[in-house]
Ligand binder design. Structure first.
Ligand code: ADP
Length: 720
């Protein structure tokens, strides 16, 4: 009997709650006892009482804030949800048209969901999107991220724009930095037509668009992200092709004709030439087609649409990867539970006559308006599938105490029970070490099972290899009988973490932020009164300096400011001492870099340019997050607190010490091996034969270029 149900009404018959008896429900969780609602698009028209019953039974609720969506409301209501006031906290879903304030995110409970991630504007603001992609071009090669037309942010980059223009004349398109629906967009053929007093983007105009019947069109794709850490991306199988209303002719005389150059529905619906289609079954008529009808047409024209869609997926993954670090960091800071956020983005893609797709923009809240029957057909299915995939746990929002089944899960985590396994077995001890990651894995698998028309485009076996996403399989002290069955469970996606040097850089920047804050506070705090909080903070800094300075290899003379001094003087003195510490600390980091030929784990660290940019922009709390993450991951803060050791010993990190204490072997596995149906014994044997292994992170021979680290205990070797 599902515990959620028990909580609602213990007196009711348990037979009603057998998993198979509830319609429209998928069972999730370790023991498949947590009901998750499944949606069906037909509900929008059929209003079937059976479909409403589960939502009504669990009192599921939603609220819609700062937006209006009849489609979302209709689907939820027809699945038994009821709408609560925008100020209410008793909801399962908050559907909002804008970003959420951090305090609202922080207050979310584990069963509650919102339809945006924090900092999504890194993708959806045109200027931020371009900057993030430009950064990837610089760090990963221009060609690899040549997915957006060349763009400049004016007036700041006017010089660069002028020199580009003089080298290669042609049309440019001007866009406000943060607007949508074609508003404020126009074409220019000379820099003199561009205003210099406004914040605008100027992009190279793609003057050779692919045409259908002589008309320019673009494609709207629906992309769902359910997690940024690890990144999970789904693309909906259907989209929309939107056509201009005037035949394309790129002569300069037509440059002002919006109905020819812009493909937005909101622009073209104003044209008297706009043709809409009343039959949802006719998908290739008028100014809006389904994406599949457009692809069918191109296939008939002899175009390689498989290649085209592959390139479009590649473009989507790359755009999301370019913003991943910002959004994942914001999630760590503000989002209390892994499943709280999901986001549906509208990707607008233009295809040129060479069949190359270009990313034009990413929409924060893609239009869910259903002006034509085709809109309703596509969007109702897409939204239903999205709600099933993200997975609403059937939990009455008014019953906020921890669910009894949740308590069950937690205790199972402490004493996990696998079939045929002795609970004293060492394999289970290892399982306890990584329960969070097991949850991530299970969640990804459950989402995948409920994906409907969504296709997971990242990660896939191909994208793991293509984008060189590092992941580690951890399987320690596993009895051989269970080994192969556990391996598919133990796939753990680990986002790249920072290296030791980067951890030290983050720490130094963090201290610098604290130093500046102390200084600013000392200036503002001239009065004699000071709070307990300020007192505690000062004590913390003093204690930290005492400990950390004793860890420096050079002596640092630390003078604790007298308690007789006023607060502002103490703050100033401490800030000064912190400055001295940072200087010595940075010197040691520099020596550390110079003395190491190759920093262990550097291959898996965050790209250095990305990291530098992050450090420059990060706030004190951003940095604190990074350091906490690093400390948790390495179970030690000694790397950035400093250790009195000589540089040759720096190589032996706490990781390695722990690993060698545990007699771990580290295998370097070529990714194609991992794609071979996880025949682990074979993979390990191959590693041994090829000598792609080491006991202490030093390779015996060079591994192939795409490698993954496989950490394995000696006992595992009994497998073969
Ligand atoms: P908005 O958010 O206002 O819709 P877009 O960037 O999507 O702004 O641009 C609106 C339209 O202008 C697109 O649908 C496309 O038809 C056209 N467009 C935008 N950028 C370019 C470009 N670089 N080259 C050619 N056409 C473009």
């Amino acid at each position: 009997m599902p515990a959620v149900r028990e909580q609602k009404d213990e007196s009711e018959s348990s037979s009603e709650d057998e998993p198979e008896k509830l319609p429209c429900v998928a069972w999730s969780g370790v023991s498949k006892r947590i009901p998750v609602l499944l949606f069906c698009a037909e509900a929008i028209v059929s209003k079937d009482v059976a479909i409403r019953s589960v939502g009504e039974k669990y009192n599921l609720a939603f609220k819609i804030v700062r937006t209006e969506s009849r489609l979302v409301r209709g689907i939820l209501v027809n699945h038994g949800f009821h709408e609560v006031h925008p100020n209410s906290n008793d909801f399962n879903l908050m559907w909002t048209g804008s970003h959420l304030k951090p305090y609202l995110l922080r207050s979310l409970q584990d069963f509650q969901k919102v339809n945006h991630f924090p900092r999504s504007f890194e993708l959806t603001r045109k200027d931020r999107l371009y900057k993030n992609i430009q950064r990837m071009q610089q760090t990963h090669g221009f060609q690899n991220f040549h997915i957006v037309p060349q763009t400049f942010v004016l007036p700041a980059e006017y010089q660069e724009f002028s020199s580009s223009f003089s080298k290669d004349k042609g049309a440019w398109i001007i866009k406000p930095v943060a607007s949508s629906r074609g508003r404020g967009i126009y074409l220019v053929s000379s820099p003199s037509q561009i205003p210099l007093d406004e914040n605008i983007l100027v992009s190279r105009y793609i003057s050779n668009p692919l045409l259908i019947d002589g008309f320019k069109f673009d494609v709207r794709l629906y992309v769902l992200v359910t997690s940024y850490d690890p990144l999970l991306i789904y693309l909906y199988e259907e989209g929309l092709a939107r056509f201009a209303t005037v035949k394309y002719d790129h002569a300069t005389a037509n440059i002002k004709n919006q109905f020819m150059h812009l493909t937005n529905y909101s622009v073209n619906k104003k044209s008297s030439d706009y043709v809409s289609c009343d039959d949802p079954e006719v998908e290739d008529y008028g100014n809006k087609w389904s994406m599949s009808a457009m692809l069918r047409y191109l296939r008939q024209e002899g175009k390689d649409t498989t290649l085209l869609m592959g390139q479009i997926e590649d473009l989507i993954v790359k755009a999301l990867l370019s913003a991943e670090i910002h959004i994942a960091t914001a999630c760590k800071m503000f989002v209390p539970h892994r499943c709280n956020c999901f986001e549906l983005y509208g990707f607008d893609v233009l295809i040129d006559s060479n069949l190359k797709p270009w990313l034009l923009e990413v929409n924060l809240s893609p239009s869910l308006a259903c002006d034509a029957p085709l809109d309703l057909k596509i969007k109702a299915s897409m939204i239903s599938d999205m709600f099933s995939l993200v997975g609403f746990v059937c939990q009455d929002p008014l019953l906020r105490q921890p669910r009894p089944d949740r308590a069950g899960i937690d205790s199972r985590m402490k004493n996990p029970t696998f079939p045929c396994v002795d609970t004293q077995d060492k394999a289970l001890m290892c399982f306890i070490v990584f329960p969070g990651q097991m949850k991530v894995l299970r969640r990804a698998q459950e989402e995948y099972d409920r994906r409907g028309g969504f296709v997971r485009i990242f990660p896939t076996p191909d994208t793991w290899e293509l984008y060189s996403v590092a992941f580690i399989i951890l399987f320690c002290v596993v009895p051989s009988a269970l080994f192969c069955s556990l391996i598919s469970w133990l796939f753990v996606l680990v986002p790249p973490s920072c290296s030791k040097v980067q951890a030290r850089m983050a720490f130094s920047s963090y201290l610098h932020r604290v130093q500046l804050r102390l200084l600013a506070e000392s200036r503002a705090n001239m009065g004699p009164a000071w709070t307990q909080k300020e007192h505690d903070q000062m004590e913390l800094v003093v204690r930290f300096l005492k400990r950390a300075s004793s860890n420096l290899r050079q002596d640092m003379c630390l003078e604790e400011p007298s308690r007789l001094l006023c607060l502002s003087d103490r703050q100033r003195i401490l800030s000064h001492q912190l400055g001295n510490f940072i200087q010595l600390y940075n010197q040691e980091t520099k020596q550390m870099v110079e003395s190491l030929d190759k920093i262990p784990n550097e291959d898996r660290c965050i790209n250095s340019n990305v990291f530098q940019e992050f450090i420059l922009e990060a706030s004190e709390s951003d940095l604190e997050e990074v350091l906490m993450f690093y400390t948790q991951k390495n179970k030690s803060a000694s790397v950035f607190l400093g250790t009195k050791c000589d540089s040759s010993r720096v190589k032996r990190t706490s990781d390695e010490n722990r690993e060698s204490e545990r007699h771990f072997f580290i295998f370097y596995v070529p990714s194609h091996q991992l794609r071979m149906k996880y025949d682990t014994a074979h993979v390990i044997k191959e590693c041994f034969n090829n000598r792609w292994w080491s006991e202490r992170n030093t390779l015996k021979s060079h591994p192939p270029s795409h490698i993954f680290k496989l950490v394995c205990d000696l006992q595992v070797l009994g497998v073969f």
